[in-house]
Design a protein around this ligand. Structure first.
Ligand code: GTB
Length: 221
């Protein structure tokens, strides 16, 4: 199969976040914008995601995917890492600093994001269960502990380890899932960190592009 050389990513048609940039194509778009790589977007419906043509690209029937030349990738973290490795701007040159930035990428996806997602899912799908009220404080506490630890490490720094990196890009997108819920806002430095990420020109371009897709895929009547 011949695949295009300009990277093509996938995004959801009518994203449930209503264009707030919370779906995981946002982090890939932002990474591409940071390194100045033009890209194309293929919008897929929830139904099409589960069909064989999309599952060839993504075994779990999700977005985002990334196609470039004869490479097809899935998992937003792997895609951001691929972009960061091949183009300058998201990972430091110094080997140790680079390793630490990669550690922050894993921390964002493997340590900070899971409790945030679990709490979010509980709100979405468990709210009517008799045990929900009992389970919720534990889920809230797990998020709180992680944020307190992250806040303590960030301190007064602008970014997690020196210059802005792919670790910050992923961490900001993970924290944004809590935006407006009064949780990140309890940690002034984390709230400022998210705002700093969102103020980057590359972030703004990525955000506007995903919002345009949401607007364009809304039903017309
Ligand atoms: N680990 C994968 C990755 O990082 O790439 C997870 C990918 C994933 O969950 N993708 C979602 C998906 O395809 C899209 S982002 N879901 C369809 C399915 O699993 O069947 C989903 C999303 C939408 C809205 C919000 N929000 O409003 O907060 C957050 C995330």
């Amino acid at each position: 199969m011949t695949l295009p050389m300009t990277p093509t990513i996938t995004a959801i048609e009518r994203s449930p976040d209503r264009g707030r940039g919370l779906a995981r194509d946002m982090r890939v778009r932002w990474a591409l914008e940071e390194v100045g790589q033009p890209y194309e977007v293929r919008v897929v419906s929830f139904g099409a995601m589960k069909e064989p043509p999309h599952r060839v690209l993504h075994p779990f029937g999700q977005i985002p995917t990334y196609e470039e030349g004869d490479l097809a990738l899935f998992e937003s973290g792997a895609i951001v890492f691929h972009i960061a490795e091949r183009r300058a701007g998201l990972l430091p040159q110094d080997a140790n600093a680079r390793a630490r930035a990669i550690a922050w990428m894993f921390a964002a996806l493997n340590t900070v994001e899971p409790p945030i997602i679990e709490r979010g899912f509980a709100f979405l799908v468990e709210r009517d269960k008799p045990w929900h009220a009992e389970r919720l404080p534990m889920l809230e506490e797990r998020v709180r502990v992680r944020l307190a630890e992250l806040s303590s490490r960030l301190g007064t720094a602008d970014w997690l380890d020196g210059a802005f990196s792919a670790g910050d890009l992923l961490m900001v997108t993970v924290l944004r899932r809590l935006s407006g819920q009064g949780i990140v806002e309890k940690y002034g430095n984390l709230a400022a960190y998210v705002t700093r990420g969102e103020a980057r020109p590359a972030y703004r371009r990525a955000f506007d592009a995903q919002l345009a897709v949401f607007a364009a895929t809304l039903p017309t009547s």
